[in-house]
Design a protein. Structure first.
Length: 305
């Protein structure tokens, strides 16, 4: 997904519970925190500098920003004074104060990098996403903020339909409706439409009290693929709902790379153990954490790009 991060609805301010959003430029994270008071996003400068320099080494990125900041300050450039420090999670799992800039500051910052890099980045950064996925993602954010998700059935095909209907209502005319056509993807044939109703009934009756049972139910629903579009985005939320209710856990999707997840999902059509092991490494007890949910949505939609 391209473009700026979207505002998530809610009344709590940035200091109480930060609203973190993640976007991906060339498969690299660009993180931002929402400022309720000023109604704008603050973007992680080190993420941007790393992207613009095409530099994966955090220490080198930090040193370059230190050098550039000193240079700009010497030139009396107002960009340095426009930075605000906010806390972001580092590789060691701890949060550290990090320089951030608003969208105007990021645009100004990009002008200090080679044009061939900056132009491509700014084209992505300034793109306003009005696609179905872009609009659906905004709907997904509100599921946590509004507590609407608490009204959905957990672990049933009806519950999955409720999630799908909310995410894609007004975007697809089949939102929340079980498909009536047979579909395939990458050479894999999902459950034929004429068998889908009975298959979903069997999945509904599968137990969901243990980790093994929940993983089995998730993989079986993936094989069924009950909707024409939007299965993965809906089913990942469906999975987390089961985990929260029965195990007091959820998946930290940011710990699972797109490549590893997609490969595990393909393998799960014949062997679910790889997917189960992958998911298990990313389980967390932060089931009521806004930041965890928002990151999960960002990664979930990124998987489908």
């Amino acid at each position: 997904m391209r473009g700026l991060a979207y505002k998530a609805t809610g009344k709590q301010g940035m200091k109480a519970q930060p609203k973190l959003s993640i976007r991906f430029f060339n498969d690299r994270e660009v993180r931002a925190v929402w400022d309720d008071k000023h109604s704008k996003w603050w973007f992680n400068v080190l993420d941007i500098v790393g992207v613009l320099n095409e530099e994966p080494d955090y220490a080198k990125v930090r040193n370059y920003w230190k050098y550039l900041k000193a240079k700009l300050k010497k030139e009396n450039n107002q960009l340095v004074s426009a930075t605000t420090q906010l806390k972001f999670m580092a590789a060691d799992g701890k949060k550290y104060a990090t320089d951030t800039l608003d969208s105007a500051g990021i645009i100004a910052l990009a002008k200090h990098f080679p044009n061939n890099r900056a132009i491509k980045f700014l084209d992505w950064f300034l793109y306003s996403d009005t696609s179905i996925d872009g609009q659906s993602k905004k709907k997904a954010y509100t599921l946590f903020e509004s507590n609407l998700i608490n009204d959905f059935e957990i672990g049933t095909s009806k519950g999955l339909q409720q999630i799908h209907a909310y995410l894609f209502g007004g975007l697809y005319d089949f939102a929340g409706q079980i498909r009536e056509k047979s579909i395939s993807k990458g050479g894999y044939q999902f459950v034929y439409a004429q068998h889908l109703k009975s298959t979903l009934q069997k999945i509904d009756f599968l137990p969901q009290a243990t980790w093994d049972e929940i993983c089995l139910k998730y993989t079986e629903m993936n094989k069924a693929h009950p909707f024409m579009e939007g299965n993965g985005r809906s089913t990942r939320i469906w999975l987390d709902m089961m985990l929260k209710k029965h195990l007091k856990k959820c998946v930290d999707w940011s710990k699972i790379s797109k490549e590893n997840y997609m490969n595990a999902m393909i393998i799960s059509t014949v062997d679910g153990s790889v997917l189960k092991q992958l998911l298990e490494t990313a389980l967390t007890a932060k089931i009521n954490d806004r930041e965890m949910f928002m990151k999960g949505i960002d990664y979930s939609y990124y998987y489908e790009e």
